[in-house]
Design a protein around this ligand. Structure first.
Ligand code: NDP
Ligand code: MG
Length: 360
């Protein structure tokens, strides 16, 4: 048995902690590097016998030292970009939770993967689901794909009812337990907006062939419609250990003791169209994706800036979408030829978002 050596970036986060549980339960997996933003990693490194540890700084330096078989990128935000491109460029398997880097880098990531020739395995549950439903099918047989959204804690409310929601309200997600940034993104539907762009980059489908539907119980994670009228869906209880385990053990699908889907006990699946008026960040993502260039990067950067301000109490919940919309309208959007130009587009959108908040 070949043991796979994993560099876990974002080891102290929600995905990071669940990844550690998956690795500890799997004799074929071992950790070789750990990174956090600033949280202490000594105890974890000692427990798992990991030599290469880094708090903050340039993640590619840690990866150069550790030379992993798999990079599990579970840091939050654009800061994960260096690690994403490092793995793709070298053909080292990338298990990707850090959707922000793929949304921002888009074309750069795709060409790095073409040069590197390695695997890019999504950890995001919807994309993991779609990836699995697509396997074994010719691309021309695919009609469209569907990403499901729980709808978040504010599903069913209108804009007026969202005017005074608090950080605490936004952080109580009905089906998933996740880090604060993605939990707020789930409440605004920006998370599904990011996932729409992520799906476009991963699967190479035009935006009119990627649909988002609200599915409150988060049992169906993703679905593919084929040209013969068939549709394949991926089902399971909402538990990120399933897509984490899938990505780390691909294509073997390791055994886990996670709960099996109980159908006979009664399972009702409900779907509805998303409310794009109340949650404009989903439609804004679609527009940014269709515009292409660095508009997706600007969408992500403005959203990260606005969500941080919301979490700090400097911006209202509805203000998040306003800030992103204004930043997108002012962004240059020209394609980035390299990482330096992408970082500049990211910084420009962050400045625009901050300006938008200071005049608001
Ligand atoms: P958390 O906020 O729980 O964790 C973030 C992790 O990133 C922490 O370990 C944090 O370290 C680390 N980090 C932050 N900045 C840096 C940095 N500059 N360098 C190195 N590490 C850094 O986030 P989640 O685990 O919820 O999400 C992680 C990613 O996975 C996000 O992109 C999210 O969108 C995606 N994702 C998450 C899902 C979930 O269920 N949680 C589901 C699908 C996708 P520190 O402790 O020091 O702050
Ligand atoms: Mg997801």
């Amino acid at each position: 048995m070949n043991v796979r050596r994993i560099a876990l970036l974002g080891a102290t986060g929600s995905i990071g902690r669940q990844a550690i549980a998956v690795v500890e339960a799997s004799p074929e997996l071992e950790l070789c590097a750990l990174a956090s933003g600033s949280s202490d990693l000594d105890a974890l490194a000692a427990r798992s016998g990991v030599e290469h540890v880094q708090l903050g700084g340039d993640l590619t330096e840690l990866l150069e030292r550790a030379r992993p078989d798999i990079v599990l990128n579970a840091v939050v935000g654009f800061t994960g970009i260096g690690a994403t491109l490092w793995a793709l460029e070298r053909g080292i398997t990338l298990a990707l939770a850090n959707k922000e880097s793929l949304v921002a880098a888009g074309e750069l990531a795709r060409s790095a993967q073409e040069r590197g020739g390695g695997l890019l395995l999504p950890v995001d549950s919807e994309h993991s689901a779609v990836f699995q439903c697509l396997e074994g099918s010719a691309r021309e047989a695919v009609d469209s794909i569907v990403l499901t959204a729980s709808g978040g804690p504010f599903r069913g409310r209108n804009r007026e009812e969202l005017a005074d929601v608090t950080v605490e309200d936004a952080l109580s997600h009905p089906t998933w337990s996740m880090g604060p940034k993605i939990t707020v993104d789930s409440a605004t539907l920006a998370n599904k907006g990011l996932e729409l762009i992520e799906a476009h980059v991963l699967f190479g489908l035009s935006y009119d062939r990627i649909e988002v539907v609200v599915h409150p119980s988060s049992i169906v994670h993703g679905l593919v419609r084929f040209r013969d009228g068939a549709a394949l869906a991926h089902l399971g209880y909402p538990d990120m250990q399933v897509p984490i385990s899938w990505a780390l053990t691909y294509p073997d699908r390791a055994a886990t003791d996670l709960p099996r889907l109980d159908l006979a006990g009664g399972l009702t699946l409900e779907f509805a169209a998303p409310d794009l008026e109340t949650f404009p960040l989903l439609a804004l993502a679609r527009r940014a994706g269709e515009l292409g260039g660095t508009y997706p990067c600007a969408y992500n950067a403005a959203n990260e800036t606005a969500v941080a301000a919301f979490l700090e109490g400097r911006l209202s919940f509805l203000g998040i979408a306003d800030v992103v919309e204004a930043a997108l309208a002012a962004a240059a959007g020209a394609p980035a030829r390299d990482l330096e130009e992408l970082v500049e587009a990211d910084s420009q959108a962050r400045r625009l978002a901050e300006q938008g908040m200071s005049v608001a």
